[in-house]
Design a binder for this molecule. Structure first.
Ligand code: ATP
Ligand code: MG
Length: 599
């Protein structure tokens, strides 16, 4: 029996792994190995504590995190044992429970999870005057559901919408959790069955649970209270989706026997980056006292860049990336852009990420990358089924899963799909995706994403994997498509960057009005604290080099911003950074700028 992985943990991490009975709360800062500790804990429970893998439930915040955890556990335990435990997001685990149990609530097992578009159509039928009104209603309904049993009354069209859902044998994203709660509260015998099954529950990113998720964890936690939660109050960034960081802060009140362990050594970032991240977030009042330190080499100073506007910002990032790529870059041979004296070639595309506050900021960046011929991928936290290519593929997959359900597809495509169906019990999902791409001309990026998702079902025929795959598509978010091996620079919203790490990180748009983002007018004190945590999350993604950019001029949704640097930048002490100003220039951004010589 190999427990060698224990040697790769520090004493506090090991303590967390070996504490197998009763409630445990791991309070830990960014990059301190929370996710690593959870993974090892599962392996330890199975290997050493003799827990049946089927008795373990691990809840992660994203599907990507769940897949990664599964992979790492497979590495520690071997494929077979790691297949047995339930590791997934709240939504995917709930969807699975509902596939089994939902008939008692009056739905069929093959209920559909509606896409965003379908939700809007449904609301139109339920009485919304137009799409804009439907969208606004939907927002309120979702907020209402995520507050769960809030004091305030239900929003307009709520009951009509719910009735229409049920009539269609359909659920929306938020319902997945609410239906399971209803199931457990109405049928104690069903709850008991699951409580008996999931004897060990582990929850990552506990600070971001919303009330229904929190209640679910509570309900499922059995009398032994083998509940291990991991979180960082300084990374709570989902209040706008109803998350309540207080749940985390109150864990000890909920579970008085709880053991509390702290992880404070950051293994990800240089001390300079860790210090800056601490200085920023320590301005907040709603926190849990903890220190974060790193004993890595001091590292490069942070660079704060003032640029003219978003175009110059994008241009500067691109030229900086070209320099960092240096020797391995395709540019180096035919341009003179790499200057002597740099240390080129220590990074590749996948080592770099550009982070920003809003989706709208991605466009100028994408344009600059495209112009320079640098591959990049933009992934936000949006639902996957909002992407146009997913809308194209989904009806076909649905039709393949159940040809009886008439999909709105041209007859010719239907005929090709029916022909494909002959090999449903022979070929894999990967094969299916390849063949589909022949039928409907999927572009390269989509194909890659779909194949990456399909790769999570290696040993199944597509006939058996398809319902689960479809579920992945409806529950997934864009950021789930992140592939650390893809040779591309990653563009991410700060929300989508959660849990990830990159050697080089650029954070752009650090201006008043954008960071903290002022949605309408002045953000409240609570909102400012949340924005500060979001900035903290952004900073702590960086391992070695961090660039913070702000522009003198930026138009956001048609309105100019004040052009002042973000007040958060003032919280970083001067010794940690080097500031530079990029003046207006006449030459196009892809050309080398003399100012860069300063670096
Ligand atoms: P976040 O707060 O961003 O979610 P986290 O606390 O979950 O971060 P991990 O992602 O588990 O942290 O780990 C951060 C990095 O530190 C990873 O690269 C991981 O491999 C490394 N790491 C964690 N623990 C150790 C350790 N004991 N020794 C060496 N490296 C470690
Ligand atoms: Mg983590």
């Amino acid at each position: 029996m190999s427990l060698e992985f224990l040697n790769e943990l520090n004493p506090q991490q090991r303590q967390a792994v070996c504490h197998t009975q009763g409630p445990l709360m791991i309070v830990a800062g960014a990059g301190t190995g929370k996710t690593r500790t959870l993974t090892c804990r599962i392996a330890y429970l199975v290997r050493e504590a003799g827990v049946d893998p089927a008795n373990i439930l691990a809840l992660t915040f994203t599907r990507r995190a769940a897949w990664e955890m599964k992979q790492r556990i497979a590495h520690l335990l071997g494929e077979k044992e790691s297949m047995l435990q339930e590791i997934g997001t709240f939504h995917s685990v709930c969807a699975k429970i509902l596939r089994e149990e939902i008939p008692v609530l009056g739905y069929d097992r093959d209920f559909v999870i509606l896409t965003d578009e379908e939700q809007i159509d449904l609301l139109r039928e339920a009485g919304a005057k137009n799409r804009a009104e439907a969208r606004a209603c939907l927002k309120q309904i979702s907020a209402f559901k995520n507050r769960h049993r809030a004091e305030t009354g239900a929003p307009p069209l709520f009951s009509e919408y719910q009735a229409a859902l049920k009539q269609r044998n359909a659920a929306d994203f938020d319902d997945l959790i609410l239906l399971v709660l209803r199931l457990f509260e109405t049928y104690p015998e069903i709850l008991n069955r699951y409580m008996d099954r999931f004897r060990h529950i582990l929850v990552d990113e506990y600070q971001d649970l919303n009330p229904p998720q929190y209640m679910l964890v509570h309900l499922l936690t059995g009398p032994d209270q083998n509940l291990c939660v991991v979180g960082d109050a300084d990374q709570a960034i989902y209040a706008f989706r109803g998350a309540q960081v207080e749940n985390f802060l109150n864990f000890q009140e909920d579970y008085p026997r709880a053991q509390i362990l702290r992880l404070e050594q950051n293994y990800r970032s240089s001390p300079v980056i860790v210090k800056a991240a601490e200085q920023v977030v320590s301005r907040n009042t709603l926190r849990m006292e903890k220190r974060l330190w790193s004993d890595a080499e001091t590292g490069e100073r942070i660079r704060i860049m003032e640029v003219g506007d978003e175009k110059q910002e994008a241009g500067w990032i691109v030229s900086r990336i070209e320099k960092l790529l240096g020797g391995t870059s395709m540019f180096h041979h035919d341009t003179d852009r790499v200057q002597a004296g740099e240390d080129p070639g220590q990074y590749s595309f996948s080592d770099m990420a550009v982070l920003f506050r809003l989706r709208a900021q991605a466009r100028p960046l994408q344009a600059a990358f495209e112009q320079a011929g640098i591959p990049c991928r933009f992934l936000s936290g949006e639902r996957l089924d909002r992407r146009p290519e997913m809308r194209q593929v989904r009806p076909m997959l649905r039709f393949l899963a159940d040809p009886e359900k008439d999909a709105v597809l041209p007859a010719m495509i239907k005929a090709s799909l029916i022909a494909l169906s002959k090999n449903r019990e022979q070929s894999s999902l990967q094969d299916l995706i390849r063949e589909l791409s022949g039928i409907c001309n999927l572009d390269e990026a989509t194909l890659r994403s779909l194949k990456a998702m399909a790769s999570h079902y290696p040993d199944q025929t597509w006939g058996s994997a398809l319902p689960f795959f479809l579920q992945d598509l409806s529950l997934g978010r864009e950021s789930d498509l992140f592939d650390p091996r893809a040779q591309a620079v990653t563009l991410l919203t700060m929300h989508a960057a959660k849990g990830l790490e990159f050697p080089v990180v650029f954070i752009c748009g650090l201006e008043r009005g954008l960071m903290p983002y002022a949605r309408d007018g002045n953000p409240s004190a609570d909102e400012i604290e949340e924005e500060r945590r979001l900035f903290h999350v952004g900073i702590t993604r960086a391992m070695k080099e961090l660039y913070l950019l702000h522009a003198r001029k930026r138009i956001l949704y048609g309105k100019p911003l004040p052009g002042e640097p973000s007040p958060f930048l003032k919280d970083i002490e001067e010794a940690l950074f080097q500031a530079n100003i990029l003046q207006k220039k006449s030459r196009p951004p892809q050309k080398e700028n003399p100012q860069l010589g300063l670096f």
